[in-house]
Design a protein around this ligand. Structure first.
Ligand code: CA
Length: 238
């Protein structure tokens, strides 16, 4: 399997519901991380950098709303609230705290999956993201996380996709090292220039026609990196 599946973090204290969600999401090809309380959710969110959070509002340690606010303080990850609370004010409070969408229990599987797909799409579109980029003979579909090269599908890790997504948000523009590290690795990793260099080398080995002389993934010494694509009209220079 060469596809880097999207990772969903399910934050729910009811083990039976967590299990239902895991089966449902894994059936759709997503990878699932579970957290039974807000403290665990914070740890999992920081270490795994999931692509979307499904958060129950009624948690045993802190309120789901505080969790949403805390995650929002450092991440733009889509957050889908799942809760038995049907009161309009709870729904508004969750959206005000930074949630993107809301599904009320009991939920229909089809509706929940549709909201998850919409959340994952918005994550890319909301940032004016280019969804498919062309690097010579290589085509990267960021929404589906599939990369096609001249010799077939190219396997890339979720981390490599996150770095590429961050660069693709501003094609042709220098993205600072610290920004890439925070977006792709998480807060607290901004000084880990070595990890970034290793990942950029791996990306070049996979995507560049001539990796030692990169044409698309360009280093801006002392600043960061810049993505040039064949879709970018300003990249016609030799
Ligand atoms: Ca609950």
């Amino acid at each position: 399997m060469t596809r880097a599946a999207h990772q969903l973090l399910v934050v729910e204290d009811d083990a039976a519901i967590r299990q239902v969600l895991r089966v449902l999401f894994e059936g759709e090809g997503y990878r699932v991380i579970e957290a039974a309380d807000a403290a665990r959710a914070q740890i999992e969110a920081r270490s795994h950098k999931p692509d979307l959070l499904v958060v129950d509002l009624g948690l045993p340690d802190v309120d789901g709303l505080s969790l949403i606010r805390q995650v929002r303080s450092w991440s733009a990850v889509p957050i889908l609230v799942l809760s038995a609370r049907t009161m309009e004010e709870q729904k508004i409070a969750a959206l005000d705290a930074g949630a993107d969408d809301y599904v009320t229990k009991p939920f229909s599987a089809a509706e929940l999956l549709a909201r998850v797909r919409a959340g994952l799409r918005r994550r890319l579109q909301g940032a004016q993201q280019t969804l498919v980029i062309h690097l010579g003979p290589v085509q990267v579909d960021l929404a589906r996380r599939r990369t096609q090269g001249p010799a077939g599908e190219i396997h890339m890790t979720p981390l490599e996709y996150r770095v590429l997504e961050c660069l693709a948000r501003q094609i042709g523009v220098v993205v600072r090292q610290r920004v890439l590290l925070r977006e792709a690795w998480g807060p607290g990793r901004e000084d880990d220039a070595r990890s970034l260099r290793v990942t950029m080398k791996n990306l070049r080995d996979k995507l560049e026609p001539d990796p030692p002389r990169p044409r698309y993934l360009l280093t801006e010494t002392g600043l960061g990196y810049r993505l040039r694509t064949d879709d970018d009209p300003s990249s016609d220079e030799p």
